[in-house]
Design a protein around this ligand. Structure first.
Ligand SMILES: N[C@@H](CCC(=O)N[C@@H](CS)C(=O)NCC(=O)O)C(=O)O
Length: 203
């Protein structure tokens, strides 16, 4: 299998982090956003939406959508579980992962692309303002989750940590400030940053 990625992009990062946490090796192929390679005919044949990540399977077919890719690997390699051990735990992990993705990663991306887009999108101040306004509610949910546990969904890392870390790393890189009131979140980010998985994907 081959994973097409770009190093700074948060959706490929969440998959790479997951794979590193699980100790799963796949070949990686860089698609260079700086050269707009994600919109080249070659890449559009892999993903008509012109986005990353894309997983190329051994039969040559392609799978897109970061969560679908992660769920495939989780079914192929169930141990150690990163989406919970029973239906209730899985539901709780998926809830937090969806909040991290839809209410943090996506808005952070919109703020960045509406203010200082690395892909060259034009500034849209009203979009940035609306997203900045909504973001603290979701950050508060994560901050509360982290009040009594070392990882977002419990005692062990889960896919919710991978998504949240990718979102906050993207925010940090493009100077989207996460308010200091979210102390549990800042402490978790500092701890997670030291993990071997993070060192591995940033090497
Ligand atoms: N829902 C998709 C989102 C994919 C996505 O938006 N990827 C971004 C990178 S984080 C991308 O490829 N952007 C390039 C572009 O829009 O040109 C997923 O989870 O994989």
């Amino acid at each position: 299998m081959k994973l097409y990625y770009f190093p700074g992009a948060p959706n490929p990062t969440k998959v790479r982090l997951y794979l590193a946490e699980k100790g799963i090796q796949v070949d990686e192929v860089l698609v260079d956003f700086r050269q707009k390679e994600q919109k080249s005919p070659r890449h559009l044949a892999r993903n008509p939406l012109g986005k990353l990540p894309v997983l190329e399977l051994d039969d040559g077919t392609h799978l897109t959508e970061s969560l679908a890719i992660i769920e495939l690997f989780e079914e192929l390699h169930p141990e150690p579980p990163m989406i919970g051990r029973d239906p209730y735990e899985r539901a709780r992990v998926r809830r937090l992962e969806r909040i991290a993705d839809l209410a943090i990663l996506l808005p952070v991306g919109r703020i960045i692309h509406a203010t200082n887009s690395p892909l060259g999108y034009p500034p849209i101040p009203e979009v940035a303002a609306a997203e900045r306004n909504a973001l603290p509610n979701a950050l508060a949910v994560m901050n509360d989750s982290l009040s009594d546990r070392p990882f977002v969904a419990g005692d062990q890392p889960s896919i919710a940590d991978c998504t949240l870390f990718s979102a906050l790393r993207f925010a940090q890189f493009f100077e989207v400030v996460i308010d200091a009131q979210f102390a549990n979140l800042h402490a978790w980010f500092g701890r997670f940053k030291e993990r071997t998985s993070v060192q591995k994907i940033t090497a």
